[in-house]
Design a protein around this ligand. Structure first.
Ligand code: MEV
Length: 432
């Protein structure tokens, strides 16, 4: 069979799924059934989802859960999280409850600047280019007036534009480096439209001034080191009571050491930050934001000092335990999926229609809560206890256990350590 196909995007949805089913499955009808099972019965709703991307064949469900009891800056929030990993929502809820009685989470947006660049080459006198740039700079603003008008009314717009000489990196390489405020929108379309206009203005003006400029590309940067939010928890160390550790100071010190390891050791830092992103991505996805952009920007930020390091930090000072993180987050609560996807709208309503800044705070808190839950387990009972408890359901489902088997399995593993093998063995014995 030749698995290549011409004009696939032009086929109807029915033709597409038939092609997939016949091309890749020995029992095409079974494949078609699975695909169709995940279609929404509401045709209009299905069409909305079909049109988000090209070549949609069906929907891939990811559970949408909520973690309640998050006290953030003195107010309770219920945080929606879209994630497939068994233990994440449970861990978030546990951290939320833990900190709600210890002063809650404090979160602050430090800055909200976004960045975009026009990359171009210029082979000539850099001083001449500099003078040219300063002369035409106002034109970048005036030529983008029709794009920036609405954003300006909302208090945003282009903040500044700089000419950057990058010839130490590549021959003849220069940039227009622009900064933006995009208020409640993530701003990708706005920024890219401005940048493409800057590029046109640059080319036209260069031609008038007889300068040889070649624009290579214009695009926003997902690295936003000046779009930063800080989330924090703190309490007197004697409040850090733990079932398995009699002295709270021991727990606090172990916890701080665990963070310090992630601050200096990249192998640990990556996993440590992955735990933070369990919380961050789940909320970013539930609120219809671009988790790939957030991931790329956050990990670049984790390397800002030349070595990949922990995004969170912890200290004990004057008997007070403090645990915090600072991360870059370019998020929106208007535009994009936020007004299109009914579940995204619902999630934003659960969050009481936050501004982009408030959403930054909520997302950072979710990341910190997740990190706290992971480190708390890792430095006390180990991670597998909680993980396996949640994973038990997955194993039960994998074996399609009936109600009675479910009950017996759950009762047995309340008292016995859970491992994949132990559960499989138990199920096989039950079925003998
Ligand atoms: C698992 O999804 C996340 C953890 O590995 C994070 C960590 O090690 O800190 C538990």
């Amino acid at each position: 069979m030749n698995n290549a196909v011409a004009g696939f995007s032009k086929l109807s949805k029915k033709e597409k799924i038939n092609w997939i089913a016949n091309e890749y499955f020995s029992t095409p009808e079974e494949a078609l059934n699975i695909i169709r099972n995940y279609w929404n019965t509401d045709e209009k709703l299905q069409q909305l989802h079909d049109e988000f991307i090209e070549n949609t064949i069906t929907n891939l469900y990811i559970p949408l859960g909520v973690a309640p009891n998050f006290m953030i800056n003195g107010k309770y929030k219920t945080i929606p999280m879209a994630i497939e990993e068994s233990s994440v929502v449970a861990a978030a809820s546990k951290s939320a409850k833990y900190w709600a009685t210890r002063g809650g989470f404090k979160a602050t947006v430090i800055d909200t600047e976004k960045i975009g660049q026009v990359h171009f080459t210029f082979n000539g006198d850099a001083e001449k280019l500099n003078a040219f740039f300063n002369k035409i700079k106002p034109k970048f603003f005036s030529d983008t007036q029709n794009i920036t008008k609405n954003m300006q009314q909302r208090g945003g717009g282009i903040l500044d534009i700089y000419l950057k000489d990058k010839r130490d990196l590549l021959d003849n390489y220069f940039q227009l480096h622009a900064t933006f405020e995009t208020k409640d929108s993530m701003g990708a379309n706005f920024i890219n439209s401005c940048l493409e206009q800057f590029a046109t203005t640059l080319k036209d003006e260069a031609q008038n001034a007889n300068l040889e400029i070649e624009v290579i590309m214009s695009i926003l940067s997902n690295y936003v080191p000046n779009c930063i939010v800080r989330a924090e928890v703190s309490c007197p160390i004697e409040d850090l009571t733990e079932k398995h550790i009699p002295n709270p100071r021991d727990f606090a010190e172990r916890f701080v050491q665990a963070v310090q390891i992630a601050e200096v050791e990249p192998f640990r830092a990556v996993t440590h930050n992955k735990g933070i992103m369990n919380g961050v991505d789940a909320v970013v996805l539930a609120t219809g934001n671009d988790f790939r952009a957030v991931e790329a920007g956050v990990h670049a930020y984790a390397s800002k000092n030349g070595q990949y390091a922990s995004l969170s930090h912890a200290k004990i000072e004057n008997g007070i335990f403090t645990f915090w993180l600072e991360i870059p987050l370019a998020l929106g609560t208007v535009g994009g999926l936020t007004s299109l996807h009914p579940l995204v709208k619902l999630c934003l309503e659960i969050l009481q229609k936050p501004s982009a800044k408030e959403l930054m705070e909520i997302v950072a808190v979710a990341g910190l809560a997740q990190n706290f839950a992971a480190l708390r387990s890792l430095t006390t009972t180990g991670i597998q206890e909680g993980h396996m408890k949640m994973h038990l359901n997955n194993i039960i489902n994998q074996f399609e256990a009936n109600e009675e088997e479910r009950h017996l399995i759950k009762t047995h593993f309340k008292k016995t350590a859970i491992s994949h093998n132990a559960v499989v063995e138990f199920i096989e014995n039950l079925r003998k």
